[in-house]
Write a protein that binds this ligand. Structure first.
Ligand code: CAA
Ligand code: NAD
Length: 293
C-alpha cells in the first residue's frame, strides 16, 4: 500500500476521530484546523481517548505513546502538501469544501488521493473543484469514529478503480468494515437514517410523546443504543440541518425536509451536545436533562 502519510482537515467531532484511528493504525497523521485553540481542543480530546484506552487495558502505554508520536496538529494547509491521502471533515457546506479542495489541488502533487467525509453532498460535486476527480473518493465514517465499525467507501463515475480499491484497503487498515457505495446523496446509511431522525423531531412537534418518551421508546422498544433525539444531539443539530437541506434539495421529498423546530434550534445555537444544549441540557454532562419547549 502506497499510503504512508495521511492529512485530515477539520479536527471537530469527526476529524479528531479520523486522525486518532489513522495514527493508531500506524500512519503519520497531520490534522489541520482553522485556529490553534481548536487544534489544541481536538488533540486534547484524542489524548483523553488514548489515556482511557490504556486505563481499560485496550492498548499499552507504549502504543499510546507511538500513536501520539505519529500525530501532529497544525493550522497551516501547506503542512499537508506531502500527504499521500487527505481526508476532509469540515463543515457540511459545499462552497467551503470546494474552496478547500481547490487549494489542496494546487498544493499537493498529482499522486495525492483526496477523500471527503461528507454526510450528504455528492462526491462528484466536491471533486469537480479539482483537476483530479479520478483520485477522489468518499470515506464516510461514523460518530464516534474510534468506536463505530463502519466506513462507507464511495466511488463516483470518475474514480479510478485502483484508487478505489486502495481506499477499501485503507478503511480496513483502520479497523473498519468497508462497505462499497455509489455516489448517491446520503450513500447507504444516511439515506435510511436521516428520515428517521427528522421524523422523531416531527413526532415531538406533533406532541406524539415527550423527549424522554420518544427516546426511551426507540431504545427499549427497538434496542437502539441511543434514542433518536439523543442521537441528533450527538451528531450535531447544525450538521443535521445542513444534511437535511442538501438531501431535500436532491430528492424533493418531504421525509428529508427540515422540521421547523430543527431550524429554530440551530438559529438559537442549540446545536446539541457539542454546544452544551440541544434536545437535552448538558450542563451536567453525566446527567443530561430534557429541555422544555
Ligand atoms: N470517542 C471514543 N470512544 C467513545 C466515545 C467517543 N466519543 N463515546 C463512547 N466511547 C466508548 C467508551 O469509551 C466505551 O468504550 P468501552 O466499551 O471500551 O469501555 C464505549 O464507547 C461505550 O461507551 P459508553 O459505555 O460510555 O456508552 P454507550 O454504551 O452508550 O456507547 C455509543 C456509546 C458507542 C456512542 C453508543 O451509544 C452508540 O452506538 N450510539 C449510537 C451512535 C450512532 O448511531 N452513530 C452514528 C451516527 S450517524 C453518523 O455518524 C453519520 C452521519 O453522517 C451523521
Ligand atoms: P464539527 O462542527 O464538529 O467540526 C467541523 C470542524 O471543521 C470545525 O472544528 C471547524 O473549525 C473546522 N473547519 C471548518 N473549515 C475548515 C477548514 N477550511 N480547514 C480546517 N478546518 C476547518 O463537524 P463534524 O460533525 O466533525 O462534521 C464534519 C464533517 O463530517 C461534515 O461534512 C459532516 O457532515 C460529516 N459527518 C458528520 C458526522 C456526525 O455525526 N457529526 C458523521 C459523519 C460525517
Amino acid at each position: 500500500m502506497a499510503i504512508r502519510k495521511v492529512g485530515v482537515v477539520g479536527c471537530g467531532l469527526m476529524g479528531s476521530g479520523i486522525a486518532q484511528v489513522s495514527a493508531a493504525a500506524g500512519f503519520a497523521t497531520v490534522v489541520r484546523e482553522v485556529s490553534p485553540a481548536i487544534v489544541e481542543k481536538g488533540i486534547a480530546g484524542i489524548e483523553k481517548n488514548l489515556a482511557r484506552l490504556v486505563e481499560k487495558g485496550t492498548i499499552t502505554a507504549g502504543a499510546q505513546a507511538e500513536t501520539r508520536g505519529r500525530l501532529r496538529g497544525t493550522t497551516a494547509l501547506e503542512d499537508l502538501k506531502d500527504c499521500d491521502l487527505i481526508v476532509e471533515a469540515i463543515i457540511e457546506q459545499l462552497p467551503a469544501k470546494r474552496e478547500l479542495f481547490t487549494a489542496l489541488d494546487a498544493l499537493c502533487p498529482p499522486s495525492t488521493i483526496f477523500a471527503s467525509n461528507t454526510s450528504s453532498l455528492t462526491i462528484t460535486e466536491i471533486s469537480a473543484a479539482t483537476k483530479r476527480p479520478q483520485r477522489f473518493v468518499g470515506l464516510h465514517f461514523f460518530n464516534p469514529v474510534p468506536v463505530m465499525k463502519l466506513v462507507e467507501v464511495v466511488r463516483t463515475i470518475a474514480t479510478d478503480a485502483d484508487v478505489y480499491e486502495e481506499m477499501v484497503v485503507f478503511g480496513t487498515r483502520l479497523g473498519k468494515t468497508a462497505v462499497r457505495a455509489h455516489d448517491s446523496t446520503g450513500f447507504i446509511v444516511n439515506r435510511l437514517l436521516v428520515p428517521y431522525l427528522l421524523d422523531a423531531i416531527r413526532a415531538l412537534e406533533e406532541g406524539v410523546g415527550s423527549i424522554e418518551d420518544i427516546d426511551n421508546s426507540m431504545k427499549l422498544g427497538c434496542g437502539h443504543p441511543m434514542g433518536p433525539l439523543t442521537l441528533l444531539d450527538f451528531v450535531g443539530l447544525d450538521t443535521t440541518y445542513y444534511i437535511s437541506q442538501i438531501m431535500f434539495e436532491e430528492f424533493h421529498e418531504k421525509r428529508f425536509a427540515s422540521p421547523p423546530l430543527l431550524k429554530r434550534m440551530v438559529l438559537a445555537g442549540w446545536n446539541g451536545r457539542k454546544a452544551g444544549r440541544g434536545f437535552y441540557d448538558y450542563a451536567d454532562a453525566a446527567k443530561p436533562k430534557a429541555m422544555k419547549f
